[in-house]
Design a protein. Sequence first.
Length: 295
Amino acid sequence: MPWIQIKLNATDQNAEQIGDMLMEQTGALSVTFLDAKDTPVFEPLPGETRLWGETDIVALYDAEIDTEQVLEQIKGSNMLEEGFAHKVEQLEDKDWEREWMENFHPMRFGERLWVCPSWREIPEPDAVNVMLDPGLAFGTGTHPTTSLCLEWLEGLDLEGKTVIDFGCGSGILAIAAIKLGAAKVIGVDIDPQAIIASTANAERNGVADKLELYLPQNQPENLEADVVVANILAGPLRELSGVIKGLIKPNGLLAMSGVLDTQAEDVANYYRDELTVEPIVEMQEWCRISGQKKA
């Protein structure tokens, strides 16, 4: 069946309240929060909804809904200013899973690393191939932050090295590091679903014996690695800078992403006391910050 979606612009102060109103009073079947750059909210802490300063709300309805009546209900709630910005769109009824699968192709990172969905033929059988089907956690290689970290890892000599993937998500970076030669990789994530997804993906790639996975409260004490990669968000990268720096051995390497170009310099400044920071690399308004820990 076809669907109708209504998109509204809100702020971090009123978005959640408006979302509740849409579900309870207007008959919305689902409500999604998007930031101003059209990036879905992902990986919140348990019980937390992460919202940006400028937040779009997308409400989904049955196509039979009276959109004018819904808009009047929204107006009558007095939660949005007079003449509030909105957009009404009709969505086709499609086999969304099949359409998504048809558009997800193998991706190449650097000279030798590929990320391939299981239903596609491997382009280069002799290359370093990570088989990854998106599942419970964020991280498929399609987002610029993941791409930036994969390219960085591909450019390193990881032979015999220990790597920590801080915020491992789907396990894509951890698995890539193993396939690129790392002797041991440790993945840490606050989300139990990420541990499940990383375990499943490591088994699919035949590298589960080289991957250790922990929730933060269970990770070993005095954990250190030659290489640390953290693809999370700017806020945690600032708040946890002491923890992250403590994971890097002297002369060890660090790469971080999940940071917008407007946030990169500020985040980098939290690490300059202990690291020699390389020039920041940008892709589609997202950045990678990398550097080497001082001896």
